[in-house]
Design a protein around this ligand. Structure first.
Ligand code: PLP
Length: 412
């Protein structure tokens, strides 16, 4: 017997859940691509994304995934041979650094390991030591989706300023955009990038690079950028097709517009607060699994709460147990957990790792149901774990919510 019936629940860290409202907005005939609704929607999407990023800067959009945004950020600001510093706190930091290497940049890395955030003091010291200002850019991820480390990108930006270093500051917020706070301009970020399939609740297919004035200056100094990736026509398109260097991703734009409407109606502060509460529910459960008399090798990858992502949580198990647990949840209960990625470069074995994504269109019954299913899987498979996970998750939720209903249920 299997109980994998009913609506499957996926807690992968992207693509995240698709709201019915987003799906319904996409379910329609091909639109007029010369004038009218689609053209208007594209402008409001630009406006709203810039507001959510906290920037007055320019936005280039791509029919592409996050990997393309990594590349777009680099090819528009740097030339082969330029030296950059990549801060690494897991596989996604390594991935961006490798992209930079593959583009012919001279990449230095500061590796902070796989279970803690990048240290702003160490960054500041490293930049001060670069007296000749050879480093042209500093690259970091906000949330590393493999390790679930959350970097304090505000403090890292302050470190650049404290060191008086002119390197461009580039941040990948793909896993954290509309999950964790972002104030691009206030935090001194020159290039911010994200994609639509995580906190933005839209099927994978559009990614974004935001560019501040210093980044735009760097673009203008380059002789040539590959025409598809070039920021300039995309920033301020004179003709509609220049938004996407060709046909627009029509239906994705309708879906994204609906997702942005949902975010704006809920209010971004409420969206961020919801992510923070649901993350604390996951942490409460996971800390209980890791502690107490029954505990075995199960534990959270990131020990310090302040350094944990509010969008994804990485758990470590004994060898093989993460893979067994994922198999059991999928086959027996219809729950898809996030695969364990090798946490750093050259680290084998994602089978002792699993991840719970808690980003985007998610509420307590979805998340607590997932946690309860994991709890059942641990018991069914005889994987040692501490008691009380579900009680603590429920108490965390109860503490965060008002005792009387607010009457704020979203009509959907
Ligand atoms: C998901 C993710 C990426 C990669 O995005 P793709 O759309 O899979 O190319 C890059 N960086 C971070 C932090 C991510 O979470």
């Amino acid at each position: 017997m299997s109980l994998a019936f009913g609506r499957p629940i996926r807690v992968m860290p992207g693509p995240s859940h698709l709201p019915d409202r987003v799906l319904n907005a996409m379910h329609r005939e091909a639109p007029n691509i010369y004038e009218g609704e689609l053209v208007g929607i594209t402008d409001t999407i630009r406006r709203d994304l810039c507001a959510l990023a906290g920037t007055d800067g320019a936005l280039a959009m791509y029919i592409a995934n996050g990997h393309a945004a990594w590349e777009a950020a680099l090819v528009n600001t740097l030339a082969p041979g330029d030296r950059v510093l990549a801060l690494v706190t897991g596989r996604f930091g390594h991935g961006w650094a490798q992209t930079a290497r593959d583009l012919g940049l001279d990449v230095a890395t500061m590796d902070f390991g796989t279970d803690r955030a990048a240290d702003p003091a160490r960054l500041e010291a490293r930049l001060r030591a670069d007296r000749g200002h050879a480093l042209r850019a500093v690259l970091t991820v906000q949330t590393d989706t493999a390790t679930s480390v959350n970097n304090d990108v505000e403090a890292l930006g302050a470190a650049l300023r404290a060191a008086g270093h002119p390197a461009l500051y580039m941040v990948d917020s793909i896993a954290s955009f509309c999950c964790a706070p972002m104030r691009m301009d206030a935090w001194g970020i020159d290039v911010l990038l994200t994609a639509c399939q995580k906190g933005l609740m839209t099927p994978p297919g559009i990614s974004f690079t935001f560019a501040g004035p210093r980044a735009r200056q760097a673009r203008r100094r380059l002789q040539r950028v590959s025409p598809y990736f070039d920021w300039l026509p995309r920033f301020d398109p004179q003709l509609y097709y220049q938004n996407f260097h060709g046909t627009a991703p029509t239906h994705h734009l309708f879906g994204l517009r609906a997702a942005l409407d949902m975010i704006l109606e809920e209010g971004i502060d409420n969206v961020l607060a919801r992510h923070a509460v649901l993350a604390r529910c996951v942490w409460a459960a996971a800390e209980a699994w890791a502690g107490g008399a029954g505990a075995g090798g199960l534990r959270l990858n990131v020990a310090a709460r302040a350094q944990r992502s509010v969008a994804v949580t990485t758990l470590l198990t004994g060898p093989g147990d993460g893979a067994r647990l994922r198999r059991w949840c999928e086959d027996e209960a219809g729950l898809t957990l996030g695969a364990g990625l090798p946490l750093g470069a050259g680290m084998a074995h994602g089978d002792g790792v699993f991840r719970i994504g808690h980003m985007g269109h998610l509420n307590p019954p979805m998340l607590l149901g997932a946690l309860a299913t994991v709890d059942a899987g641990l018991k069914a498979l005889g994987i040692a774990h501490g008691d009380g996970a579900l009680r603590l998750a429920a108490e965390t939720l109860a503490d965060a919510l008002p005792a009387a209903g607010t009457g704020a249920a979203a009509a959907e």
